[in-house]
Design a protein around this ligand. Structure first.
Ligand SMILES: Cc1ncc(COP(=O)(O)O)c(C=O)c1O
Length: 387
């Protein structure tokens, strides 16, 4: 049996902390929480001790940038209606969903494609262009599609970040020559969370896309300070040599349903589509369609995630750590100790965060969870960090 409290115990304690224990002053709630943490860490846990039936110990997941508030309740209700009809391949829903993107961004059909998660779109573009030449990408960035393509023989040239951990646009532009077939960057970047200002990126894209297509991964766009201003979709609309990818896995809270999409120059879309392998997932498309229209849910999720970002930032700051400025659903900070060992110590207490990204041995990344889970993170972080 675990030496540490389960996530459910910790959540009960956090409910006390966030005021759900009606009428109890904050200071008393804090004492109860401390008692729970210390007691549970020192002694074997008796199931049901906090008024719960036996719940399998589950973890607090702060490692994959998911949105646990999703999916949208309206989308779930619509999905329930469609499930009995999934004997059939999806029909009009595919065009209906693409139609929403076309209307929102004033694009035509040839500028949009769907994929099973944005990762599939990114992989498809990597293979489509990577077989024609080198791909340029920052050293520290979202890399699943880069690693996938490298395994299949694509050459990826990594450009180091600037001293302040921002993507070095000047160095990336300098690296583009005739041997380069695609330039990838992610805005805001993962894992740093840092965003490039819209106009700065726009002039980079205008200049570089004359030499090679530029693929901008906007997985976290809806969480930035200025989602429209920082998006490169206007360049797509203007016919530039650009591909923008988006996803339903982040603010929409549908990571398990696997829906992403790309918006780009018709030639880029055409060749990328040819490399997409999966056929669309009808249930995911339904959920995506109704989520996209559920503005209340989108505003609710954004508010919770931004509030969570403040909470995690405050936890770091209370321990003298200044995290990088994040415009995404995670916070990245130099904890000045081995991030893998720290991750393991947190995981032993049922709180899962990210450890080392190559070359950044002392940086931890913490994703947003439900606010009560971030209260737990705060207590467990202090326990592990202070020792
Ligand atoms: C920057 C970035 N792009 C793309 C993805 C892939 O997401 P999905 O395939 O679920 O759309 C992720 C997932 O974490 C990500 O962080």
């Amino acid at each position: 049996m675990s030496q540490h409290p389960t996530a459910e115990q910790l959540r009960s304690a956090a409910a006390l902390m966030t005021g759900q224990a009606a009428g109890m002053p904050a200071i008393d709630r804090r004492k109860v929480l401390q008692g729970m943490l210390l007691g549970a860490a020192g002694a074997a846990f008796t199931p049901g001790i906090f008024g719960q039936v036996e719940i399998p110990p589950s973890e607090i997941r702060l490692m994959f940038n998911e949105n646990p508030y999703g999916p949208s309740p309206k989308a779930l209700a619509e999905v329930a209606k469609i499930l009995p009809k999934t004997a059939y391949y999806p029909g009009a829903i595919e065009e209906d969903l693409v139609g929403l993107f076309m209307a929102r961004h004033q694009l035509d059909r040839k500028q949009v494609f769907l994929a099973s998660g944005s990762n599939e779109g990114l992989q498809a573009a990597m293979m489509a262009f990577g077989k024609r030449g080198k791909v340029i990408a920052p050293t520290l960035t979202y890399s699943d599609h880069l690693n996938y393509a490298e395994k299949l023989g694509v050459e990826v040239l990594r450009v180091p970040l600037r001293q302040d951990m921002a993507i070095d646009l000047e160095a990336m532009a300098r690296a583009v020559d005739d041997s380069v077939s695609l330039v990838y960057l992610c805005n805001p970047n993962n894992p740093t969370g840092m965003a490039i200002e819209g106009d700065e990126l726009r002039s980079f894209c205008r200049e570089v896309s004359r030499k090679a297509p530029v693929m901008i991964d906007e997985a976290y766009n809806e969480l930035t300070d200025k989602p429209d201003g920082s998006s490169m979709v206007d360049l797509v609309r203007g016919g530039e040599n650009i591909l923008v990818t988006r996803t339903f896995s982040k603010i929409f809270g549908m990571a398990g349903l696997r829906v992403g999409y790309g918006m780009g120059h018709p030639d880029i879309v055409s060749v990328t589509k040819d490399h997409v392998m999966a056929w669309p997932n009808g249930v995911g498309l339904y959920a995506a369609y109704h989520s996209y229209l559920d503005e209340d849910f989108i505003a609710f999720s954004r508010e919770k995630i931004l509030r969570g970002r403040e909470m995690v930032t405050a936890t770091f700051r209370r321990h003298g750590i200044e995290p990088l400025p994040s415009q995404a659903s995670f916070v990245y900070a130099n904890i000045e100790r081995n991030a893998d060992a720290f991750k393991t110590a947190m995981a032993a207490r049922n709180v899962r965060i990210r450890g080392i990204y190559e070359g950044y041995d002392t940086y931890s990344r913490v994703s947003m969870g439900k606010l009560e889970d971030l209260e737990v993170f705060d207590s467990v972080f202090s326990e592990v960090f202070v020792g």
